[in-house]
Each structure stands twice: as structure tokens, then as C-alpha cells.
Design a protein around this ligand. Structure first.
Ligand SMILES: Cc1cc2nc3c(=O)[nH]c(=O)nc-3n(C[C@H](O)[C@H](O)[C@H](O)COP(=O)(O)OP(=O)(O)OC[C@H]3O[C@@H](n4cnc5c(N)ncnc54)[C@H](O)[C@@H]3O)c2cc1C
Length: 469
């Protein structure tokens, strides 16, 4: 008899949500995490009295997406989720809300009038095409844009693309931008498509990537251009990102064992069926293994994957990000808002003053702001970090007089970037009972929400394979 029903490799949020949900299905689960702490990219820690997160985070699709389903079905405790607020764009004129409706585009004076007109037409066209079922998943933003846009408009769109896919507008699809800016929803109540009758008529009416809360909402999707809200259903967890992690840990049943500082060096198989895993110190057997590390790296730990599968995994595209956390000696008027901002010319960042959600994240009277950049792989990282830092000084003149803590984080935010040609793995692998979960196994949404989708898909295939009821 195997030591465990399931071994989960990796204790990031995907691995922990997999373990927690499987434990609620009565499984005896072992989680092996190579680092000293669990949480992976979903965590928070103290730096000189400021509590930083691993990257700037807004958790999305909370009303009807995969996390809502996981929270409602499996969590014993729900973190307090604070409304994200607005998305702003910063220029030297100050900040202005990112336009997401026709009216807002008309008055968005950060871009010339002609740009606004051209962009409004482009969005209306994309919404119409999506509504009618045209596939825009492989259509790059760059190729889709009309001629005649100013350089500033191109920088602006490139910044939006970088924040949604981690890649430039040449590699980001129109579909990605439409879903990421809430013009098209890629989340539905998860049980929606499970009712076969409803799902059938729904799919017959519209393409299945056109989603939203209710059928009648889909039928009039163009109206979303009048009422769209970019920050729809997004939140920041009170007490920091780690409170989401803590809610998952709190919801684990006693049948989960977690071992940290335990790097899995091999997942072993017999007759194309998984049998267990090895760390430097131990060997553990299980009926099933869920791998949640980088799928791209899986050939290093599983020795008999088919060559064609390994080749497919090489098609996974990744991006590196750098977050610069600044602890400020006072609350600056520049950051007197709740939400996040982007700066777009020409180096883009996405920033969030997280202590505005929760004052306890900074010492009394002080402020904590995180700025996330996509690394430029063509220059050495040390040099790139200096350029990123200088971008902040340029965007917020005088901020350097108030900085009392600087902390850099270099991370790969998602294990696969959603690019027009990037590959995503499936939850089932060619090895029987070896499964995958994580942000490189589902292309919907982003980050923790995508991790949620991947866990729901994992549960579906494990149910189909009779591991759970
Ligand atoms: C800068 C930044 C900004 C972000 N913004 C957002 C946002 O706004 N909204 C959002 O929802 N998400 C956001 N994310 C993404 C989100 O944090 C991640 O997608 C999510 O945390 C990934 O979880 P994961 O478990 O799939 O992967 P990871 O966090 O990478 O976890 C994988 C774990 O597996 C472990 N591991 C790997 N290999 C092995 C092995 N062989 N043996 C044992 N352990 C192993 C690793 O140590 C790690 O702990 C952001 C991330 C960053 C960095």
C-alpha cells in the first residue's frame, strides 16, 4: 500500500489549494516544498517594519470566478477582501482613471483626441467581433491596431499588454486585452457550464470564451462599453497577500502533511504509471502525484516523458518581473487613492500603495508602495534594476526625499505567459496518475485566479479518473 493517496510537489498557492481541496475529498496528502516556507509567489514578509507581498497583487474575478467557487465550497475561513478600487494612469500631469467606457475614452486627456477616437473604434470592433464569435486569441494587439496612433498611445497600449500578459503588444492577443480589461469576461459561475442543458444552448448561441454572470448579459455585451468597470470584482486581501495563503492553510483538514525544505529530485514511475517521489533524504510512494512546479522543468524530475511531450513543453513562454517596494517616511499626496496605477512612457510599471488598503502594512504615518516592472532580458539585470529605479524617480519627482526602505524582488510571476503562440500544458500528463496544477496549465485569467482555475480542472480530471468522488 502506498504511503499517501496523493503527493503534491510544490507548496505555492496552486499546490496548497490542490492539497486542501483533495483533503476535503478524504484524501491523505503530502505536500513537499523545496523552500523553507510555503506560499511561493503568494506570500508577505517583513522588511524594516513594512510588510511587503511577493509582487504587487490584485486578486481578480472574485464574484463569480474560480476562487469564488473554491472559497464557497472548500474554505473554512474567508479572508477579508477589500475592494481593489480604481486603475489609474500616471503622466507628468498627475493621475487619471484608465478609461473603460465610451464616455471615459472621450474625456481621457492623457492621450490626443485622435488616439481616443481610433482606440474607441478599435475596442467597439473587438467587442462586436467577439460577440459574433470571431476568434481573437491568436490575433496580436500590434497587428490589430489602426494606423495613425501617436507614439504615446502605442506606449500606453504596450504598458497595458505588459501588465496583462507580461509581454509586448506584438505577443499579446486582442482576446487577452479584452478579457483583462473586463470588456469580455472569461469567468462564469463554475457550475454554469456543468448544467448540460444550459451549457448546450449557451454554447450554441455564442462562442464559449464570451462569458459573464448571466445569459442575458452576454446577449448585450456591446453595452459593456457603456458601463464597463476595469476593476470589476477585484480585491486586495486585508493584512496582506499572506492572509489568502493563511486562509488556505487554515482550511486544510488533518489529513494533509506539509514538509518544507524538501526538494523533489525525482518523480518515479513503473510501466508508465506514477509510483512516488524522491527528495535528497527520503522516498515516498503515492497513488497519484500532482506536480505544481514549473512544468517546463518537469523533464528534469520525470525521466521517461515522451519526446514529443517534452518538445511541447518547450513552447511555454515565461517572463521575469522585478518589484521594487518603497517604504516612505510619510503619506505622499501622489498616492492618495485606493487602487493601482500604471506609468507607460517609455518604461512601464504597475504600482500599488498597499498600505492605503491596510495602514498596518506600514509603521504609523508611513506609506508602502510596490512598483512591478517586466524585466528587459536584453540587458544585465543589475543595470535594468537601476533603470527601473530611475523610472520611479522620473515618474514621481521628489519621491527620493521620502524613501526610507527599498526592497527588490525578482520573480517569475506566472509559470506561463499568455502570448499568442505560447504553450499551456493540460492537467493530465502522459504518465498515468501524474497530474499538473498551476499557472502553466490553464490560460484563463491570471495569477491566483488562474491557479484557482487550474485546481478546479485538476479536480475534474481526478474525478473522471476515479481518484475522488
Ligand atoms: C510581481 C507579481 C505580480 C503578480 N500580480 C498578481 C495579481 O495581480 N493577481 C494575481 O492573481 N496574481 C498575481 N501574481 C501571480 C501569483 O502570485 C502567482 O500566479 C501564484 O502565486 C502562483 O502560484 P503557483 O502555486 O502556481 O506557483 P508558485 O508560487 O511558483 O509555487 C510553486 C512552488 O513549487 C515549489 N517547487 C517547485 N519545484 C519544486 C520541487 N522540485 N520540489 C519541491 N517544491 C518545488 C516552489 O518552491 C514554489 O513554492 C503576481 C506575481 C508576481 C510575482
Amino acid at each position: 500500500m502506498a504511503d499517501y493517496d496523493v503527493i503534491v510537489v510544490g507548496g505555492g498557492i496552486s499546490g496548497l489549494m490542490s492539497a486542501m481541496t483533495l483533503s476535503k475529498h478524504g484524501k491523505k496528502v503530502l505536500v513537499l516544498e523545496k523552500r523553507k516556507n510555503v506560499g511561493g509567489n503568494c506570500n508577505s514578509y517583513d522588511v524594516d517594519g513594512f510588510q511587503v507581498d511577493t509582487g504587487v497583487h490584485a486578486i481578480t474575478h472574485l464574484r463569480e470566478g474560480p476562487l469564488r467557487r473554491l472559497i464557497d465550497t472548500y474554505f473554512d475561513y474567508t479572508p477579508v477582501l477589500l475592494d481593489h478600487g480604481a486603475y489609474y494612469v500616471r503622466t507628468h500631469k498627475g493621475i487619471s482613471k484608465i478609461p473603460s467606457t465610451l464616455k471615459a475614452f472621450a474625456t481621457f486627456d492623457m492621450l490626443p483626441k485622435m488616439d481616443r477616437l481610433l482606440l474607441s473604434q478599435t475596442i467597439a470592433k473587438a467587442i462586436t467581433q467577439t460577440t459574433l464569435g470571431t476568434e481573437l486569441t491568436h490575433q496580436s494587439m500590434y497587428d490589430y491596431l489602426p494606423k495613425g496612433l501617436s507614439q504615446d498611445a502605442l506606449y500606453f497600449i504596450d504598458a497595458i499588454c505588459h501588465s496583462l500578459s507580461g509581454r509586448s503588444m506584438k505577443e499579446t492577443s486582442v482576446h487577452r486585452v479584452m478579457t483583462g480589461s473586463s470588456f469580455v469576461r472569461d469567468s462564469v459561475p463554475e457550475n454554469f457550464l456543468e448544467d448540460e442543458e444550459i451549457a448546450y444552448s449557451y454554447k450554441a448561441l455564442l462562442s464559449n470564451h464570451l462569458t459573464g454572470g448571466q445569459v442575458k448579459e452576454h446577449l448585450s455585451v456591446l453595452t459593456r462599453f457603456a458601463v464597463n468597470n476595469v476593476g470589476y470584482s477585484q480585491a486586495y486581501p486585508r493584512r496582506g497577500l499572506k492572509s489568502f495563503l493563511n486562509a488556505v492553510l487554515y482550511s486544510m483538514s488533518n489529513s494533509v502533511e506539509i514538509k518544507t525544505s524538501s526538494k523533489v529530485s525525482s518523480i518515479f514511475t513503473r510501466e508508465s504509471m506514477v509510483k512516488g517521489v524522491m527528495t535528497d533524504e527520503d522516498t515516498y510512494t503515492a497513488d497519484a502525484v500532482v506536480y505544481t512546479g514549473f512544468v517546463k522543468d518537469m523533464p528534469d524530475v520525470v525521466d521517461n516523458l515522451p519526446a514529443s511531450y517534452i518538445q511541447e513543453l518547450e513552447g511555454i513562454v515565461q517572463t521575469r518581473s522585478v518589484t521594487i517596494w518603497l517604504g516612505l517616511d510619510s503619506k505622499l499626496p501622489e498616492f492618495d487613492y485606493t487602487g493601482s496605477e500604471i506609468w507607460f512612457k517609455p518604461r512601464a510599471y504597475w504600482a500599488m500603495p498597499i498600505s492605503n488598503y491596510d495602514a498596518q502594512l506600514a509603521p504609523p504615518g508611513k506609506q508602502l508602495v510596490g512598483f512591478t516592472f517586466i524585466a528587459d532580458e536584453s540587458v544585465p539585470l543589475v543595470e535594468d534594476k537601476k533603470r527601473m529605479y530611475n523610472t520611479i524617480l522620473e515618474a514621481i519627482p521628489g519621491i527620493d526625499d521620502h524613501i526610507e526602505m527599498t526592497h527588490f524582488q525578482t520573480t517569475i510571476p506566472e509559470k506561463a505567459a499568455v502570448t499568442i503562440n505560447g504553450y499551456f500544458a493540460q492537467p493530465r500528463t502522459p504518465i498515468k496518475n501524474l497530474y499538473l496544477a498551476g499557472t502553466d496549465t490553464d490560460r484563463r485569467s491570471m495569477g491566483i485566479t488562474r491557479a484557482g482555475y487550474s485546481v478546479l480542472e485538476l479536480l475534474k480530471v481526478m474525478r473522471d479518473d476515479h481518484h475522488i468522488k
